[in-house]
Design a protein around this ligand. Structure first.
Ligand SMILES: C[S@@+](CC[C@H](N)C(=O)[O-])C[C@H]1O[C@@H](n2cnc3c(N)ncnc32)[C@H](O)[C@@H]1O
Length: 253
């Protein structure tokens, strides 16, 4: 007789259960990406992306790896493919990395800042739900790519920027001035301020697209994870700052 319990409970009652699935870190170790070992990104990624593990969606990673060296690279694309068993994985690199292609992995040649390339990826594969920028690591490129790609993503999208240490390295277009607004972390700090743009007091402030569409910014060592979503909750500043806004006590209560 069939029991009236879910298949998972039935399996547990019979002592059958699936073996635990490998973590993203386990998979990273076996594919050899530097997202674990050189850097320690995979637990952070798993925290932000685990909910998509069994979903069909498009992940775009900028930077396939190996640079101009032939037949080198692709470790992280293979990692994503094994972790997300139903996702389509697209890798963009300035070099030809087509040797990495296989079912559910396609590589595209192009510059990450080239709007035509980014749009052609979307025309061909659809809109990504996850973007990982592990490309040139140059602040100017990172900012330009974000400004072109982020507005095209849906709410709920996750946009990661790796290797933000280059912010502090002039050799990569960064700056030794930690307060510079021109570096990747300077750009990220602006996004963080933008989370609170409704609290700014300058009347003529025009919210940017990022101000109104970045819902969260998570910063880790050398990694930033940005969540897309509506960021217009409203403000209580008119009520709290009564004197400034000339609000009457009665009206405010
Ligand atoms: C750090 S590697 C990527 C490593 C790979 N994501 C991984 O985790 O295994 C960076 C890659 O970005 C590519 N790249 C550099 N500048 C680029 C640009 N402007 N547009 C696209 N790709 C670029 C390089 O050719 C190189 O293969």
């Amino acid at each position: 007789m069939k029991p009236i319990v879910s298949p998972e409970v039935w399996d547990r009652l019979r002592g059958h259960s699936d073996p635990p699935r490998p973590s993203l870190t386990d998979i990273a170790k076996s594919t050899g990406t530097d997202k674990w070992g050189v850097h320690y990104y995979t637990p952070h990624y798993e925290r932000h992306l685990e909910h998509l593990r069994d979903e069909e969606f498009l992940l775009l990673e900028i930077g396939v790896g190996g640079y101009a060296r032939s037949r080198q690279g692709g470790a992280s694309l293979r990692m994503w493919r094994r972790y997300f068993q139903r996702a389509e994985i697209v890798g963009l690199d300035i070099e030809d990395k087509s040797f990495v292609d296989r079912p559910r992995i396609t590589t595209v040649i192009g510059d990450q800042t080239d709007e035509t390339v980014l749009r052609s990826i979307i025309d061909r594969f659809g809109v990504p739900l996850v973007v990982v920028d592990d490309g040139s690591h140059r602040p100017r490129d990172i900012r330009a790519t974000f400004e072109r790609l982020f507005p095209l993503l849906p709410d709920g999208a996750v946009y990661a920027i790796e290797d933000t240490q280059t912010s502090y390295w002039p050799e990569f277009g960064g700056s030794e001035d930690r307060h510079s607004r021109d570096t990747t972390m300077g750009f990220v700090k602006n996004l963080v301020d933008g989370l609170n743009h409704e609290e700014f007091l300058d009347d003529d402030y025009e919210p940017s697209y990022a101000d109104t569409h970045v819902r969260a910014v998570h910063c880790y060592h050398n990694l930033v994870v940005i969540e897309k979503g509506d960021n217009r909750e409203g403000t209580n500043k008119h009520r709290v700052l009564r004197k400034r806004y000339g609000f009457s006590r009665d009206a405010a209560s």
